[in-house]
Design a protein around this ligand. Structure first.
Ligand code: AP5
Length: 223
């Protein structure tokens, strides 16, 4: 499954829920890149300043990283791509990869990923991004406006851990991220629309309602 949507649309929030329900991994290119940055790998060193400016990391680097992740055994039963593909070139690359490397040729029916786009109002996106906090210990995501912790800025689960804001959730980086989405990622939705694979979900709804719509699309697809 591919989950598309602008920054703050709820891709990470929904991916985690789908992952738990179906027991398939969430592959977030943003999380993978942040991991490279924190480990200081060669890719992380290149990606760090690009991400801090709110721009996209080059297609070559990201596709290579995704290829390695998709080859892991836990992806055999399926996976959720969160934040990938993000350019038309990445979408074409993914289709070619699925065609060439991942489909078992003895399987009579090829299963293209379901592509779900979360559609969210611009002002709501700003509130979600500026209000986002996460726990550096357990990874749980909060929002000071919509899903606040019980005690101000402290994780409910990892007791005493102070919540942090993401480096690229600063106001001056949000606009370049939204611009990158408009200019480079909108064509991806169009690519999937033209191939009849795109489904849209109103991501402005409460989290549970968005999840319910996504599950319905998955179950209809399986049926
Ligand atoms: P990435 O980490 O993918 O960030 P993003 O796409 O900007 O998305 P976000 O993580 O900001 O938002 P989300 O949609 O996951 O929302 P979330 O669930 O957290 O990418 C970061 C950077 O990495 C990019 O800028 C780029 O540089 C690089 N990169 C990544 N992938 C790349 C690629 N393929 N190619 C090139 N470069 C790449 O929710 C947000 C907030 O809203 C949370 O606080 C949450 O609690 C709240 N919330 C969620 N749903 C709801 C709801 N329904 N109602 C109320 N609040 C909600």
């Amino acid at each position: 499954m591919v989950l598309l949507g602008p920054p703050g649309a709820g891709k990470g929030t929904q991916s985690k829920r789908i992952m738990e329900r179906y027991g398939i991994p969430q592959i977030s290119t943003g999380d993978l890149l942040r991991e490279h940055v924190s480990r200081g790998t060669e890719l992380g060193v290149v990606a760090k300043s690009i991400m801090a400016r709110g721009e996209l990391v080059s297609d070559d680097l990201v596709c290579n990283m995704v290829r390695q992740r998709l080859m892991q055994p836990d992806c055999k039963r399926g996976y959720i791509l969160d934040g990938f593909p993000r350019t038309a070139a990445q979408a074409g690359w993914l289709d070619a990869l699925l065609e060439d490397e991942l489909f078992d040729n003895s399987c009579p029916t090829k299963a293209w990923p379901i592509v779900i786009r979360l559609v969210v109002d611009y002002n709501q996106l700003l509130l979600r991004i500026t209000g986002r906090r996460s726990c550096p210990t357990c990874g749980r995501i909060y929002n000071v406006h919509f899903q606040p912790p019980r005690f101000d800025e402290v994780c409910d689960e990892a007791h005493g851990t102070k919540l942090v804001a993401r480096n690229d959730d600063r106001l001056e980086v949000i606009q370049p991220r939204l611009t990158a989405f408009e200019e480079q990622t909108r064509p991806v939705a169009e690519y999937y629309r033209q191939t009849g694979r795109l489904r849209s979900v109103n991501g402005d709804q409460p989290v549970d309602e968005v999840t319910a719509e996504i599950i319905k699309i998955i179950e209809d697809h399986q049926a």
